[in-house]
Design a protein around this ligand. Structure first.
Ligand SMILES: CC(C)(COP(=O)(O)OP(=O)(O)OC[C@H]1O[C@@H](n2cnc3c(N)ncnc32)[C@H](O)[C@@H]1OP(=O)(O)O)[C@@H](O)C(=O)NCCC(=O)NCCS
Length: 184
């Protein structure tokens, strides 16, 4: 059953799955919580780590995000398959003099990877970002996150920085790689 309505876009994955893209809404919190906690349990290359989020924590995060969307600081979308969130993508404006710089966030559920969803979500957010007065997209990625780095390089993101030991995962420090892409 699909609990959502009015997708803003849709596409088929390489294997033929139907994916709908939706703006986030508070009433879908349980489905978001499931997606988030699967990523936390996986302990992948994200800041999502540690114990599972509670309903209240996720609600507080989503309310903050919805407020940022309302005040036009952020864009955030869900990729949905069969009523489940299987991916998300976001872009956040920088402050004041960096308003034209947008920071990207991208994640796909482990059971849905290597099927073109990451590519479609990135394409989608880069187009949306341009309509959102963003002239340059940036992101941060773990040095060992080869799948993500490969994906970003395919989109012509370039490395502009590296913070040695900037990230900590599974008992080890790792470098933060910073990448950017001009959107003009
Ligand atoms: C990175 C991520 C978003 C990619 O999403 P995805 O839906 O699997 O990506 P796609 O299927 O569109 O793959 C696009 C390209 O990325 C690269 N790629 C993706 N997964 C890869 C893997 N496991 N190994 C090597 N390359 C990979 C490939 O170049 C691939 O193109 P190809 O299949 O034609 O070779 C996904 O792996 C993910 O969510 N990982 C965990 C969270 C994360 O790391 N987010 C990024 C934080 S900066």
């Amino acid at each position: 059953m699909n609990l959502f309505n009015r997708p803003v876009a849709q596409f088929k994955t390489e294997s033929g799955k139907e994916i709908l893209i939706f703006r986030p809404t508070l009433d879908r919190l349980p489905i978001l919580l499931r997606f988030t906690n699967r990523l936390i349990a996986e302990d992948t290359y994200l800041n999502l780590t540690g114990r599972a989020k509670t309903y209240q924590e996720e609600e507080s995060w989503l309310r903050g995000t919805l407020a940022d969307i309302k005040s036009k600081k952020s864009l955030y979308f869900w990729a949905v398959s069969d009523g489940k969130i299987v991916g998300s993508v976001s872009v956040n404006h920088g402050y004041e003099r960096s308003w034209h710089v947008g920071k990207i966030g991208l994640m796909v559920d482990r059971d849905f990877r290597r099927d073109g969803i990451g590519t479609k979500l990135l394409e989608f957010i880069l187009k949306e970002a341009q309509d959102f007065e963003i002239k340059m997209a940036t992101l941060e990625v773990f040095k060992e996150n080869f799948p993500a780095i490969k994906l970003y390089k395919k989109f012509d993101f370039r490395v502009y920085g590296r913070l040695p030991g900037g990230l900590f995962r599974k008992g080890k420090f790792s470098d933060t790689i910073e990448m950017y892409k001009k959107l003009d």
